[in-house]
Write a protein that binds this ligand. Structure first.
Ligand code: BGC
Length: 818
């Protein structure tokens, strides 16, 4: 490691930066979902009346550790202007800007005052501090007149993020009175009226049925740095929208199962009882016959498609489907997504009406042209978990295979017959709820299986039951690792099992803006220090920093927006002065949030995004990217939903696997899948216990992680803050060792989430015993504690050895060399 830093001394955009910006726009435009369109879209550039919070204060992503700072963010206004529109409502937008800035200043003042006398409570609040966007002033007749056009776009924006869930309140999940009134006025005053939603996940969209005169509704999501340009591409038809919803949008929040007990609405803040069981998202709405507003998998196009199956067969344990997809429109090219669902038979265990097993997206199909699409899935995706005997089984019966373009727009295409029960895996009960959760049960249903469908027969003889023995296997480390382990004292080993916090110790290799390091105390022995940086919408590192002659580095821009809330005296010390010191630059790409990436239903794009992030990691010397995050979207109110992919485990797993493969296509750069597991709410996240039946844990909440681990072999994983059935995730040996390593074969590094261990949180010592390798962000104090406990026998040395061995292997295999 000749240089201590790879940050650049110049701020000239590199070719890579430009190429990644183009990729970000591509992902963004494919993730936009056209919810309604009566034919107004696409529109030609011309004069446009633009209103709404998101017009110029466009939200590119959520707040918290998922924030990515970029050179430039394209707002909706700018994007439309770039595309040739003339925005004729400058006055309204300027007035909104003023309200927004004033509101923000007042909000910051409030926090600064609190922080003059900080308490644990105010600091905790600070992480969750979220400036709620004010509504704009009411649109007047004068605004309409002076806009001098009959086309109008209204952009509703919502910001949410880490540390706080959303609420069923006006201006939040619900629209504010002023927003509703403005939408009503625009719908009446303009001949052509389009509403755009700039939010992390779903909102209450009941206004679409109560306010007449809305011609189109577009779910823009949070599109990253190229948001405005991508939206303009979709609105003008430069690119036909092809995004599909990866979550269900309900008609009314009341339709969400046990939504009145979610997060802050829970009677007992320490418990989150997952009473809906396996019935999450469309699994619930489809099984219980509740009609959503927009179903999972739904999204319109400017053209229309027809499809049929040309072949379906079973080849060993895989079902292979060949389909022809035709663009039956006459004007626009477009892409279509085919989705395969299966209705599994109710045997000993009751099943959801249908579950997604795979999907695929076509390339652009020109009008009147067709393309062939190949889809495949493993029959293991049809299994269920029998908690009574701890077995993963394929139950005997007829499995109806459906294909379609959303969870509700499907046709039966074949039946798979399984003659006898097949036991795929024999486990032991793990992450088991002490007392069963009173979960939702469906009424007995009778499924009729049509005799006219192609019948596929599964050969049960192909399967040999995997019996997990959970025995600890003696792991052989890297030759170099073994050598160090044989010489290391407890203190040496502990040094690698505790990170070095947010700012490192100034020694060794530096990546300004990193959120954690491994120790730099062993550089002389030839062991480099590695850095860890957040995601998932790109690399969260410091865009601009200063460096003193002595090598001290300080950020120039706030590394995270909560910096704005700190008292000025403090930020003055924390931030560098660009006029006095030399500058360092690390420009990165702000990609769309994970929720949008999933809406592309294009895993190839997700792979490319992973590859792009990885090149930026190499550029600046980042080793662990703390992403992708693949918790299940259990309820639309979770503040971090924007960082997650879907309510469906297969979508989550397929996207996370694609991103991991992209990142790890560069040997020695690591993806860190998180938050393992069941971190489905932000409310009380350090203390709440997600209480769930084991079947549900495995079939819904761990499934995406299992797919990712088995298919993409990520080199790192981060545990979550919460407890699972009473045990902290970071202290659960059942989760971090028995399931993760024992059943799935994970052999990378397990790290804790930041500050999830400590006095009233998970225990550091128990974490090491559970299978965690490094406590993050850690400290010298944590390191000492681990060493002392190993010396006095409280922590068996074998755990420390294993953890240190995993860390050293990870370090020696990384792209960072001495
Ligand atoms: C978040 C993680 C993040 C970590 C480091 C935590 O607060 O939950 O997702 O990677 O901070 O910034």
């Amino acid at each position: 490691m000749s240089k201590r830093i790879k940050a650049k001394r110049t701020n000239v955009p590199s070719e890579m930066e430009l190429a990644h910006k183009a990729l970000s726009r591509r992902v963004a435009v494919e993730g936009i979902v056209l919810l309604e369109n009566n034919g107004i879209l696409p529109i030609k550039p011309g004069k446009i009346a633009l209103y709404g919070e998101g017009a110029k204060q466009t939200v590119k992503g959520g707040h918290g550790s998922g924030e990515v700072t970029v050179r430039h963010e394209v707002t909706v206004k700018e994007g439309l202007e770039n595309a040739g529109f003339t925005v004729t409502t400058e006055e309204w937008i300027a007035n909104y800007e003023k309200r927004w800035q004033e509101g923000k200043k007042a909000f910051i003042r409030k926090y600064r005052k609190k922080l003059l006398r900080p308490s644990t409570q105010t600091l905790a609040e600070l992480v969750a501090a979220e400036y709620k966007y004010p509504s704009g002033r009411l649109i007047s007749k004068e605004d309409v007149k002076s806009s001098d056009t009959d086309v109008c776009i209204y952009v509703i924006a919502r910001l949410s993020g880490e540390g706080q869930d959303r609420a069923v309140e006006e201006g939040n999940y619900l629209l504010s009175k002023a927003e509703l009134e403005n939408i009503r006025r625009c719908a009446k005053a303009y001949t052509h009226f389009i509403v755009v939603l700039n939010a992390g996940t779903s909102l209450d969209v009941s206004f679409i049925d109560t306010i007449p005169g809305i011609d189109a509704l577009v779910f823009m999501g949070q599109l990253g740095m190229e948001g405005g340009n991508a939206l303009a591409d979709a609105l003008t038809g430069k690119d036909t929208p092809s995004g599909k919803l990866a979550t269900t949008w309900v008609k009314n929040y009341k339709d969400i199962p046990f939504g009145d007990e979610f997060g802050k609405y829970a009677k007992n803040a320490l418990r989150a009882d997952y009473k809906e069981g396996i019935y999450v998202g469309y699994r619930y709405y489809d099984t219980f016959g509740i009609e959503p507003k927009y179903e999972f998998g739904y999204g319109k196009s400017y053209t229309e498609f027809a499809w049929d199956v040309s072949d379906i067969r079973i080849s060993g344990k895989t079902i292979e489907i060949c389909a022809n997809v035709s663009n039956i429109g006459t004007v626009y090219s477009g892409k279509e997504v085919l989705q395969v669902y299966v209705s599994c038979p109710d045997g000993k265990l009751e099943k959801e009406a249908k579950r997604l097993v795979t999907f695929a997206k076509t390339k652009f199909i020109a009008p009147a042209e067709s393309t062939e699409l190949k889809l495949a899935f493993q029959v293991e995706y049809l299994s269920c978990y029998d908690e009574g005997c701890a077995e993963t089984i394929l139950e005997a019966g007829g499995y109806i295979i459906y294909m379609g373009t959303s969870s509700r727009c499907v046709k039966e295409i074949a039946v798979l017959q399984i003659r006898d029960n097949i036991v795929l895996e024999r486990h032991k009960n793990l992450c088991h709820a002490e007392s069963a959760i009173a979960t939702l049960k469906k009424e007995e249903t009778v499924r009729e299986i049509s005799g006219n469908l192609p019948l596929l027969e599964l050969d049960g003889k192909l399967f040999k039951t995997i019996i997990h023995d959970y025995k600890e296997k003696r792991h052989m480390f890297h030759e170099k690792t073994e050598k160090f382990l044989s010489q290391f004292t407890e203190k040496d080993m502990a040094s690698f099992c505790s990170g070095l916090g947010l700012i490192g110790d100034g020694k060794g290799f530096q990546v300004p803006g990193t959120v954690g390091f491994t120790t730099a105390d062993y550089l002389k022995q030839g062991i480099p220090n590695l850095s860890m940086c957040d995601g998932p919408a790109g690399l969260r590192i410091q865009m601009r920093s200063t460096i003193t002659k002595k090598g001290k580095i300080k950020p120039v821009d706030a590394p995270i927006s909560i910096y704005e809330f700190l008292p000025k005296v403090l930020t003055k010390c924390l931030l560098g002065n660009p006029e006095k010191e030399e500058m360092l630059y690390q420009y990165v790409t702000g990609f769309p949030v994970a929720a949008v990436v999933a809406q592309t239903f294009n895993t190839e794009l997700a792979y490319q995004m992973g590859e792009a992030v990885s090149s930026e990691m190499t550029e600046y010397g980042v080793t662990y990217w703390l992403a992708p995050a693949l918790n299940i979207v259990r309820n639309p109110l979770c503040g971090r939903n924007y960082e997650y992919y879907s309510e469906d485990p297969v979508v989550s797993g397929m996207f996370a696997a694609a991103v991991v493969r992209g990142v790890e296509s560069v040997p020695g750069n690591y993806a860190t899948i998180k938050h393992f597991a069941l971190n489905n709410q932000e409310e009380n996240r350090y203390y709440v216990s997600s209480n769930v039946d084991e079947r549900v844990v495995r079939e819904i909440y761990l499934k995406g992680f299992e797919i990712t681990v088995k298919e993409a072999h990520p080199r790192a994983l981060m545990t979550s803050y919460n407890k699972i059935n009473g045990t902290y995730a970071a202290n659960s040996r059942e989760l971090c060792t028995d399931i993760l390593r024992g059943e799935w074969g994970f052999d990378g590094v397990v790290m804790t989430d930041w500050l999830s261990t400590g006095e009233d949180r998970a225990s550091d010592i128990e974490a090491l015993k559970a299978g965690v390798d490094v406590i993050m962000p850690g400290s010298k104090k944590v390191m000492k504690k681990l060493a002392q406990n190993a010396e006095n026998g409280v922590l068996d040395k074998k755990y420390l050895r294993r953890a240190c061995g995993n860390m050293l292997d990870s370090i020696f295999n990384s792209a960072i060399k001495m």
